[in-house]
Design a protein around this ligand. Structure first.
Ligand code: AMP
Length: 307
């Protein structure tokens, strides 16, 4: 039940109304790896880092069943660096710095031992690199999930549309769905996007939950109302990791099982935002996850007597 995970491994600087941190490990691939490895191992990571990436972090990942054969280490360059500042509502943020560094010349190579993986999580990265990983796989995975962002819609729309033709599930947030489809209504946006390639579309709405679209069906998963959101960075990637981790663990790619998977994804996102960086994803146990899933069930479980 291996999952191949492509994504960035980075240093982030984050500022929120609650605090500031100048350097912390982050990147889409890091959050996906920590979240998904709670459910399925191995996670076969594909990424690139510079000579500055901490060995401790690599060892921590390995301990959790994350294989790093596909992570290139460039000896004379720095790792990808991203810096962001959140607004008071914690739902919106400004990107302050994007230093591509090693990512500028990244050309991912799928190691031989990763061939045959049944699940592929294409985390947020250049669409051309996401496509290159799909093309290197000799056997098509059972499920290909793609996460992307507004940045690539603005700078690489043609490449993005190309890779969308080859994936099963697309994950984006509400403003990105509007940007991609040119439609304001999310239902209309979903209809258009489902004609661009993916059979399933997940629209994330931050603290307002997530929608799963497939053909004429739609399912809604709430986000857990939290006392305090400390740092939303990586929530989308933790969601993606929980989603694909659950699908791989249960070996079931049906729409019904995807409903559970987006609840699992929402639970992982709710942990992620409780501390800076991926820290919470490392601390939590299976028991913590199960009790949070129970909270989700209680949150939206109701019976209505139709009169
Ligand atoms: P999220 O909050 O889910 O959007 O993910 C935030 C993570 O994505 C941060 O840890 C960043 O290092 C990483 N990130 C930000 N911009 C990019 C980008 N253009 N390409 C790849 N990763 C990025």
């Amino acid at each position: 039940m291996a999952i191949i995970s492509l994504g960035s491994m980075a240093f982030d600087a984050i500022e929120t109304p609650f605090g500031k941190i100048d350097k912390i490990v982050g990147g889409s691939g890091i959050y996906v790896a920590y979240a998904s490895s709670h459910f399925t191992q191995p996670v076969q990571q594909i990424s690139i880092v510079g000579n500055d990436f901490p060995e401790d972090e690599m060892n921590e990942l390995k301990k959790r069943g994350v294989q790093l054969t596909g992570v290139e280490i460039v000896p004379d360059q720095k790792s990808f660096f991203w810096s962001g500042k959140y607004h008071l509502d914690m739902n919106t943020r400004d990107t302050l710095i994007t230093d591509l560094n090693v990512l500028a010349n990244f050309s991912p190579k799928v190691p031989e031992e990763y061939q045959g993986a049944e699940y592929l999580m294409l985390g947020n990265l250049m669409p051309s690199l996401q496509l290159s990983v799909i093309e290197q796989l000799r056997k098509r995975p059972k499920l290909i999930v793609l996460d992307t962002m507004n940045y690539w819609m603005a700078t690489a729309m043609a490449d993005l549309k190309n890779v969308l033709l080859k994936v099963d599930v697309l994950m984006i947030n509400d403003s990105e769905a509007r940007q991609l489809s040119d439609e304001y209504s999310l239902v209309r946006a979903a209809k258009k996007i489902l004609q661009m390639g993916p059979e399933y579309l997940i629209i994330k709405k931050g603290e307002h939950g997530a929608l799963l679209f497939h053909k004429e069906h739609v399912f809604f998963a709430p986000a857990l109302p939290l006392d305090e959101v400390f740092d939303p960075t990586g929530a989308g990637d933790a969601f993606a990791g929980g989603f694909i981790g659950h699908i791989a663990h249960t070996k079931n790619t049906s729409f019904e099982n995807m409903k559970t998977a987006i609840i699992v994804g929402s639970a992982m996102a709710s942990f992620c935002v409780e501390k800076f960086g991926p820290q919470r994803l490392k601390e939590i146990t299976r028991k913590d996850i199960d009790s949070r899933l129970t909270e989700f069930v209680q949150l939206s479980n109701f019976n209505i007597a139709l009169v």
